[in-house]
Design a protein around this ligand. Structure first.
Ligand code: FAD
Ligand code: ZN
Length: 477
């Protein structure tokens, strides 16, 4: 291993090959479920350096086939499925893209920007805005996740309803392959039917097929106004009625429709007392809506008022508040985005990131809630998510009196099987936006069709036959 480490130091500089000291920021996953042990954390500063790191690993593997090293690409390490941290072998390099954080260019007429993989998402949003454009990908981890990680996981977030997920926002990629070559695919083309879509294959492959070093991304005009409302909703079928009304009244202006269950909001109220959580005590569900308007603030308000009037009349909303200014809107979003942290404060729970067709959400939740309550009396559900996309974070928390660690130990498998079987019965997906990583690998093998798994294995074997890139994640050979 020494020869490899020497080679890496010569390639990226000794200061950027970390082997000593506290490596927990790279070795431990965000939820602190597990901490692996890295051979080293390598922080290349350019695409050529990334390629040289891969080549050095190929040479090492040829010399020591009994002890093969492998590479775990990593961005901000905010992933939730244990896909970006090393295993316990001590033979995995964490290849951190954090130093590759340059904006390479912005093309106003093509409505694109090109950025390196290590750019922090919030910083890209700000740079786009400074140039007068919107880069709409948005999620609670945006202050530390990177665009490389967003594309690696095909991240979703809160604006998918209007703008799509990370894949929909990407026009081109630059990628270092498992052979240490560079694929220069940074096209800003909106139309290109020259064969298989390598870009879309790489997006969402969670670092198992190639290392994304840069991307060309779509920009949108900045809306003239963004208005946020918070509505109390008596039931899930009524939340769907509100969604239908919102589509009708706001059209393309509807850029956010987030659902939050009462227990999820009670956790924010308990663990983040500095935040004021509106309307949660009086209603089993609340919905956060966002209206982006290209005319004016007044027009946005008018549309919202008409929507809420119709919703109150219908009875699908029992009460509502509209943010009067940006600060109030930010406070409402902060409540929504604090749910994951409030859950952490409450103790470990069993997280799910599932999707079913939007129309089947009420039926799915009723059926699955019932099965869980029968199986584990007193179990608590932290249910929230992107209702407009049919994507719920259907998280299962221990009964009040039960120790969280013990709950996980005794019930994790049982709960996962119950929830995933239910998801399958409703025609859904066991991972809507977080990916598979190592956490959901076995479940994927159980729930994905054998034909799909065979095709996925064939792709992995074609692109990375030696299993150099993120082995044991997404698909097992
Ligand atoms: P990492 O965690 O570093 O890596 C994630 C995966 O991508 C790993 O498999 C890694 O190997 C791979 N990868 C990283 N960089 C590259 C690269 N350059 N090339 C190839 N592969 C790479 N996700 C959502 O989709 N929607 C949400 O609403 C959302 N909310 C979140 C809220 C919180 C509070 C947190 C902590 C996470 C949330 N996530 C959400 C999950 C996570 O933030 C996203 O998956 C994010 O896109 C990961 O980016 P990252 O840079 O942190 O990637
Ligand atoms: Zn989410």
């Amino acid at each position: 291993m020494q020869a490899l480490l020497d080679q890496l130091r010569a390639t990226v500089g000794a200061a950027h090959v970390l082997t000593d000291g506290d490596l927990s920021a790279w070795e431990q996953d965000w939820r602190k479920r597990d901490r692996g042990r890295a051979l080293a954390v390598v922080r290349p500063g350019s695409t050529a350096e990334v390629a040289a790191v891969v080549q050095a690993c190929i040479v090492q593997r040829a010399r020591h086939p009994q002890q093969p090293v492998s590479i775990v690409p990593q961005g901000g390490n905010t992933g939730l499925v244990m896909g970006g941290t090393p295993d316990h072998s001590g033979r995995q390099l964490v290849l951190s893209l954090q130093r590759m954080n340059q904006l390479r260019g912005l093309d106003p007429d093509n409505l694109t920007l090109t950025a390196e993989a290590g750019c922090i998402l919030a910083s890209l949003q700000q740079q786009a805005e400074a140039a007068g454009f919107l880069f709409p990908l948005s999620l609670a981890a945006e202050g530390s996740c990177t665009i490389g990680g967003n594309l690696g996981t095909n991240a979703g977030g809160t604006q998918v309803l209007r703008y799509g997920n990370a894949r929909d926002l990407c026009l081109g990629l630059e990628v270092v392959t498992a052979q240490g070559e560079v694929w220069h695919g940074l096209s800003g083309l909106r139309k290109d039917n020259t064969g298989y879509d390598l870009r879309d294959l790489l997006i969402g492959s969670e670092g198992t097929l190639g290392i994304i070093t840069a991307a060309t991304l779509k920009l949108y005009p900045l809306p003239a106004a963004r208005l946020t409302a918070w509505a109390a909703v008596p039931s899930l079928p009524q939340a769907l009625t509100l969604l239908r009304l919102a589509h009708r009244h706001l059209g393309a202006g509807l850029t956010g429709f987030e659902l939050m269950g009462q227990f999820a909001l009670s956790l924010v109220d308990r663990h983040q007392p500095q935040l004021r959580v509106p309307l949660w005590r009086q209603s089993p569900w609340c919905v956060l809506l966002e209206n982006s308007d290209h005319e004016s603030q007044a027009h946005a308000r008018e549309q919202f008022d008409r929507l809420l009037e119709a919703a109150l009349e219908d009875g699908c909303v029992s009460d509502a508040v509209v943010a009067e200014n940006l600060a109030q809107a930010q406070q409402l979003w902060q409540v929504r985005e604090s749910i994951p942290l409030a859950q952490v404060a409450e103790g470990l729970n069993i997280k799910h990131d599932i999707s079913v067709p939007v129309s089947r959400i009420p039926e799915f939740v009723a059926a699955t809630d019932r099965l869980l309550a029968q199986a584990i009396p007193g179990v608590r559900l932290v249910n929230f998510g992107h209702l407009g996309d049919g994507n719920l974070h259907y998280n299962v928390q221990a009964p009040e009196a039960m120790d969280a660690a013990l709950f996980l130990q005794q019930h994790e498998e049982q709960v996962n099987h119950l929830v995933f079987d239910s998801v399958q019965a409703f025609g859904g997906s066991i991972s809507a936006e977080h990916g598979v990583g190592s956490l959901k690998l076995a479940h994927l093998e159980h729930h994905k069709s054998p034909v799909a798994l065979t095709l996925m294995r064939a792709i992995k074997l074609a692109l990375d036959p030696a299993g150099l890139l993120n082995p044991g994640r997404v698909i097992r050979l």
